[in-house]
Design a protein around this ligand. Structure first.
Ligand SMILES: C[S@@+](CC[C@H](N)C(=O)[O-])C[C@H]1O[C@@H](n2cnc3c(N)ncnc32)[C@H](O)[C@@H]1O
Length: 204
């Protein structure tokens, strides 16, 4: 495609941040880790489940916070977690059939709070992959209608559905990486690079 001045300018227009489609639980990190560690030291399965159920109750009904998990200290660290994911992790512990399995899930939850695990190819924290709303983790990508927002030329039949390079770059690049598109066309990849903080370079 031929480039023109307006296309070049439009690529740099601001994009509205995406709305979060889920609730966030902001917790007192030290107390929450402490509560999980206490659970991990319990040997009686039903006592362990009771403690986990009490934590779940606090997350779902913050008024019942007898443990101060939601009390944020002025100098203390907080941890923000997707509420639905946290509740499902707690449910998984509660649904475990044997204590060993429950403690495995508990340890995994603790790791997600205390550690960051990334790889060479992307910025995804593998300990918290379930919380990425933007990244499709299913093997089948069901995309909504073509993203025609901002600089994307929705009318041009030959271009990528922008969600495709968007998903690919989230999985296979890190912020600040260079992405080369030798078939740049109307610049879909370059626009998505700009949105995702990657450096895009391409040839028409
Ligand atoms: C279908 S368009 C790509 C559309 C692009 N993915 C987008 O979303 O806008 C194909 C592009 O590849 C370029 N192209 C096709 N054959 C080429 C070749 N042999 N060498 C270099 N560029 C080529 C065309 O000029 C055009 O820009």
């Amino acid at each position: 495609m031929k480039s023109n001045h307006s296309t070049t300018t439009d690529i740099f227009q601001d994009v509205e941040p995406r709305q979060l489609s889920f609730g966030i639980a902001i917790l007192n990190k030290e107390r929450f880790v402490d509560a999980l560690e206490k659970c991990n030291s319990i040997d009686d399965f039903s006592s362990l489940k009771n403690k986990i159920a009490a934590i779940r109750q606090i997350i779902t009904s913050p008024r019942d916070d007898s443990q101060g998990l939601l009390n944020i200290d002025s100098n203390g660290d907080t941890i923000s977690l997707r509420k639905d994911v946290l509740i499902s992790e707690l449910n998984q512990i509660l649904d475990a059939q044997i204590i060993g399995r429950a403690k495995y899930y508990l340890k995994r939850l603790e790791d997600g709070i205390q550690k960051v695990k990334t790889s060479k190819i992307n910025d995804i924290n593998l300990h918290r992959w379930k919380e990425y709303d933007e990244i499709i983790t299913d093997s089948l990508w069901r995309l909504d209608k073509r993203d025609a927002s901002g600089a994307h030329l929705g009318w041009y039949w030959g271009n990528f559905i922008p969600q495709i390079p968007h998903q690919m770059m989230l999985r296979y690049t890190k912020k600040g990486d260079w992405v080369l598109d030798t078939f740049v066309g109307s610049g879909t990849t370059l626009i998505e690079c700009r949105r995702l903080g990657r450096n895009g370079i391409g040839k028409l």
